[in-house]
Design a protein around this ligand. Structure first.
Ligand SMILES: Nc1ncnc2c1ncn2[C@@H]1O[C@H](COP(=O)(O)OP(=O)(O)O)[C@@H](O)[C@H]1O
Ligand SMILES: [Mg+2]
Length: 291
């Protein structure tokens, strides 16, 4: 029996005022994403998504822009509520949690890293990392000790008293990562965390993430639009199809790119994912040649 940390079953998210009616029409008449928009003025964000993340893996969600990746990940700490389906995080039905329990899960069990980390500009690096602990009411000595440990882990020793604006983009993302690690979460949710970085810095951050993961084996759900990145960091990859936010495939990747970028198995997997997405594009163009 796998040790499931996250489980989604048949999750749908339809955006719009008439989402429930649209959902009903999808169920009874199996109408398409286009018809959902035309008949109900609603947008299908994700459609019938199911997957399971095991403890200690880096599970990648890969898909082109607009394929529902952010929508998917925001369900996991209930920033978004599903229109249908069930979601279990760390053994708890996340949808039925009370507000107090939800706050607890967000503060102690789930860390989040986004593309733009929104660091606090007037606080030092040390205080940025310690901030979630301050919110939690931890004493200063403990906050600073944890902050230091997390900054050491992301190679920012010596930058404690700097302000975010004094750091490069890559270093700011590391501060964000350290901040997410400060509450010692069971799960790290990373939504395109390195997408805004230049190629070299990005590659370096991927390796650092894998190193950190090898040392600790925390559970990561990592979102990316890059096929290469998914193959480098992922133990498994959920490939999302943009039509309409469905799961296209789930593949084993075993962190193939870790130190082995360019090897045959690595390029083979990349090609396979590329072909899957490209097949979608061709179908779409055939269906709507003048769109
Ligand atoms: N709050 C929202 N209201 C309406 N539509 C939305 C909202 N959020 C996302 N969408 C739509 O849902 C789809 C998936 O978006 P998103 O999850 O952001 O994709 P990705 O992160 O893969 O780029 C897109 O068509 C997007 O326009
Ligand atoms: Mg996104």
């Amino acid at each position: 029996m796998p040790d499931a940390v996250i489980e989604m079953n048949n999750v749908w998210k339809i955006f719009g005022a008439d989402a429930d009616a649209a959902m009903e029409a999808v169920r009874t008449r199996n109408i398409s994403k286009t018809d959902v928009l035309r008949e109900f003025n609603c947008v299908v964000g994700i459609a019938d998504v199911s997957f399971l993340v095991e403890k200690g893996e880096i599970f990648c969600v890969m898909g082109l822009s607009g394929s529902g990746k952010s929508t998917l990940v925001r369900h996991l700490n209930r920033l978004i509520e599903p229109t249908a389906g069930s979601i279990t995080v760390l053994g708890q039905d996340i949808i039925s949690l009370s507000d107090a329990d939800l706050r607890e899960v967000r503060a102690r069990h789930i860390g989040m890293v986004f593309q733009h980390m929104a660091l606090l500009p007037h606080r030092t690096v040390r205080d940025n990392v310690a901030f979630p602990l301050q919110v939690r009411g931890e004493p200063k000595s403990r906050r600073w000790a944890i902050s230091q440990r997390c900054l050491d882990r992301v190679d920012l020793t010596g930058y404690e008293d700097r302000f975010p604006r004094e750091l490069s983009g890559g270093m700011q993302q590391r501060v964000g990562l350290a901040r997410a690690l400060a509450s010692d979460p069971d799960i790290l949710l990373m939504d395109e965390p390195f997408a805004a970085l230049d190629a070299l810095t990005r590659r370096q951050m991927q390796e650092e993430l894998l190193q950190l993961w090898e040392d600790t084996h925390f559970t990561v759900l990592f979102v990316t639009h890059s096929i290469e990145e998914a193959c480098i960091v992922g133990s498994r990859i959920l490939v999302m199809s943009p039509h309409p936010g469905q799961v296209k495939a789930e593949l084993n990747a075993h962190h193939l790119g870790h130190g082995n970028v360019g090897e045959e198995e690595f390029s083979g997997l990349q090609q396979r994912i590329h072909d899957m997405l490209f097949a979608d594009r061709i179908l779409e163009e055939e269906a709507a040649p003048h769109a």
